[in-house]
Every structure is written in C-alpha cells, then in structure tokens.
Design a protein around this ligand. Structure first.
Ligand code: ARG
Length: 459
C-alpha cells in the first residue's frame, strides 16, 4: 500500500511508532461521515471549477462505491492506513487512479477530521435525544399509574414527608428534560462547518465554504480558520452534558438499588433484569442499576481526560487532538447503552410493592409537620406548634407508638385545640393530598404535572 507521505521523507517510520501514530483502530467509526465530507468537498471543487466537473464526478462515484463496498463488507478500513482519512483516499486512488489524487485539493486532514467528528456527533446527539425521550415516556407511564401510591420522601436519608410516587418519578422526567435542553444547545454548537479552514489559515484555492456547509447540513460556518481547526469545546460540552445525564441515571440507579433491598422492600426486580449469585442461591442482584452507577465514573473520567488533553494545546491543530476521539466515542456508547438499559429496567424489570409502600408511610412520624400545620390552622404560631409536636414525637417514641395510636384525650394534654378530626388530618393520603402548593406533591398538583407531561411525551 503506497503511503501518501511527501517526498521529504527518506526513510519509513519505525514500525512501533507507525502503530503508535495511527488512529485507524478507532477512527474507522467515522467512515460514513468521512466519505460524506469528501463527496461534499468534491462536489464543491467541481462546481467552483477548481477541478473539472468530469473529475469531480469520477471522484464522487468512487467515493460512493467505497461506501457501498463498506456496507457490503467488501471494504474494511484498517492498519497500515494511518487513519480513516488516508484509508479512504488511498482506496479511492486504488479504485479510480490518478484523478483520485485531486480530492485533497484545498483541504487538510485538520479541517476534514474536525468536520467528520461534528457530522458524527450531530447524528449521535439526535439518537441520544430520542433515547432520553423514550426513558421519560417509560417514567411517565409508571407515574401515571401511581398518582395515589405513596412512597416515603427523604431528606438526609431520613424519613421526611410522604410523597405521591408519581411526583417522585416526575422529578426524574424534569431532570432528563433539562438534559435534552442542554443537548440541543450543544447540538447548535456542533452544527458549524469547519470545512475549508484547511490546515489552519484557509487556502488560496478558490473554494466555496457555503456550498460544502449547506450540502452537509451545517447551520453556520466557522468565521476564523484557526478556531475552526482547533476548537474542541463542542466535544467537551457534549461530554459534560453526558456527565449530567449519567449523574441523573446514577442517582436513579442508587434509589432503585435501595428500594429493592430487604431493608426497604419498596420494589422488586423481575427475572428479566436481575442476576443471581454464583455462590449464594437466595440472591437476586441489581446488576443493571449498579452497572449504570459504575459506568458514570467512565464518563466523568472522559470529561476530565478531554479537558486535560486540550488545556495546554497551543493554536492550531496539534496531534494531541487525535486523543479527542476515544473519550468521545466511549461517552456516546456508554450514555446510549445506559439510557437504553434504564428504559428496559423500568419497562420490564421493576415492580413496586404497593402494600409495602402504603404500609411504610403509615409507620413513621413523617406526618409530624401536618400536626404542626393543624395547630397553625388553630391560630397557633408555627414555631410554637413545632415545639408542641416535638414533645408529642418524644412521648410517642418513648412509648414506641405512632401519632395515630394516641387517643384524643392524650392529644389534648399537649394542646387543647386538638379535635377528633386530627386523625383524618394526619392520615398519609390526606397528608399528601393537602400539599397543594404549586409544584407540591398534592394529588391535584401532580395531576396537573401529569397532564403537562402527557402532552409533551405522548401526543
Ligand atoms: N488522525 C488525525 C486526528 O484524528 C487526523 C488529523 C491529522 N492531522 C495532522 N496534521 N496530522 O486528529
């Protein structure tokens, strides 16, 4: 295979260094985008008469042939080509002869790789956007069914106030909505064409950057050729956005792992999404959420890696940039896989224990604030009411009973304003129902949120 190196070189590369230098092992993933980028470039070279229309046609047909050969498994880019860009160019020359050597007129691998990676990431962002949408939909369908199912709400991992399970799940839908917004913003900055910036300074060949940008569906064009080839902000932004997606998935995983323990028993895993132990026959392990939680570390690592790689790189292109691909590729794969796995887990892997959940909220002091609110309704200042309830809690804890186990006479000993309706007032369902401030867990509020999300996710 002939190398497209210039005649400046007398000797060939040391074989170890040749491999060390190569990126083909991983950048072959960019094959479709690289061919599309070259087709657009060749089109433009023909339209602007930089090369003849006939030559442009031959080049484009050659590139299309490589694409179909690739999809048929007849062409497999690989070492010793240094990278995907060389691999395609070499193949083109092999297929159509010397005219193939005209393809690289007025461009450099620097603007080429910058273009390819944007085209690739733009597609992946759209896929991830859809995966988030699917996950939100699954969350919604469970939420919709569980408006009146209660779950203990926690702060500091201590029982705080009971919640509608729907409300709890809708919180995740909100988080993932912000992730989609961030992704769309990143997409906007990914969708800018660097093609035509050439090595770093532009070119004296009479190219037309608008033609390639529009053929490749870019929204805008980089206005500074140096920035065009040395900007990797978009990749960092994408991994940063992905880190937040993973953070959300990881928090959800952590909750699921807790919910399915013997200590909580809020939910159980079906056989479709849980695994056994090789030693302990009684076990059913939450491997899926554990893996998602674990893989979050990879994505954070990728973010750190890319930030560190880029931070010391002077303008313009430096080979360090070749190191942008693996963290980016790994992030796309990890986030996509985790979103899918979580969606499957929600759809068929997780069943809530309705009885245990309802029982859980009845067996704690998470209605303490409601007793204080009851007294506030009787015109007792909140801080005073708070202290009165503190005494009641202490009393009940010493006797190992709950509020509802106190008879009305006992209640009255703490404050004469207590009436029979206190029992209704502190019943968990009423406790939840009455938290009707905007965005609260009150059923009316949650119903309103469900209606909004139904339009957004199911219409
Ligand atoms: N494989 C290289 C990369 O991924 C392509 C660009 C090489 N450019 C250069 N001037 N050596 O960054």
């Amino acid at each position: 295979m002939s190398k497209v190196w210039s005649n400046r070189f007398d000797a060939t590369l040391n074989p170890f260094i040749e491999r060390f230098n190569a990126s083909i092992f991983f950048d072959k993933q960019l094959i479709i985008e690289d061919i599309d980028c070259s087709i657009a470039h060749a089109h433009m070279l023909g339209k602007t008469n930089v090369i003849s229309k006939e030559d442009a046609k031959k080049i484009i047909n050659g590139l299309k042939l490589i694409k179909s050969d690739y999809s048929l498994g007849k062409f497999k880019p690989d070492f010793p080509s240094e990278d995907i860009h060389y691999s395609i160019e070499e193949r083109l020359i092999e297929l159509i002869g010397d005219v193939g050597k005209k393809l690289h007129t007025g461009r450099s691998r620097n603007d080429q790789v910058a273009t390819d990676i944007r085209l690739w990431l733009r597609k992946k962002i759209d896929v991830i956007d859809n995966l988030i949408f699917a996950l939100q939909k699954s969350l919604f369908l469970i939420a919709e069914k569980n408006l009146y199912l209660l779950i203990p709400g926690y702060t500091h991992m201590q029982r705080a106030q009971p919640l509608s399970l729907a409300h709890h799940l809708l919180a995740y839908i909100e988080m993932f909505q912000r992730d989609k917004e961030r992704l769309r913003e990143v997409r906007y900055r990914v969708n800018i064409s660097p093609l035509g910036a050439a090595a770093l300074a532009g070119t004296k060949i009479k190219i037309n950057r608008e033609i390639t940008a529009s053929e490749l569906g870019f929204e805008k064009i980089y206005q500074n050729s140096i920035d065009a080839v040395s900007d990797r902000d978009f990749a960092i932004e994408f991994i940063s956005t992905s880190s937040l997606i993973m953070t959300h998935l990881s928090r959800m995983s952590e909750e699921i792992i807790l919910w399915v323990t013997d200590e909580f028993r809020f939910a159980k895993l079906t056989d479709k999404c849980s695994t056994g132990s090789s030693l302990m026959p009684q076990k059913k392990n939450p491997d899926v959420p554990e893996l998602i939680r674990g893989k979050t570390g990879r994505v954070f690592g990728n973010l750190q890696a890319l930030l560190t790689t880029i931070k010391g790189v002077p303008l313009a292109y430096n080979k360090d940039f070749q190191e942008d691909k693996e963290p980016l590729f790994d992030t796309v794969k990890t986030v996509s896989d985790c979103l899918q796995a979580m969606t499957i887990l929600l759809n068929e892997g997780l069943v809530f224990n309705e009885n245990n959940l309802m029982k859980a909220v009845e067996e704690d002091f998470s209605n303490a604030t409601d007793i204080a609110d009851y007294l506030v309704n009787k015109d007792i200042p909140f801080r005073e009411a708070y202290q009165i309830v503190g005494k009641i809690v202490k009393h009940c804890m010493l006797r190992k009973i709950l509020f509802k186990d106190l008879n009305i006479e006992e209640f009255k000993k703490f404050n004469t304003n207590f009436q029979e309706d206190i029992y209704e007032f502190i019943h968990p369902t009423n406790v939840v129902k009455s938290r009707n401030s905007l965005g609260g867990t009150g059923f009316e509020q949650v119903k309103r949120q469900l209606d909004i999300w139904k339009k957004e996710l199911l219409d």
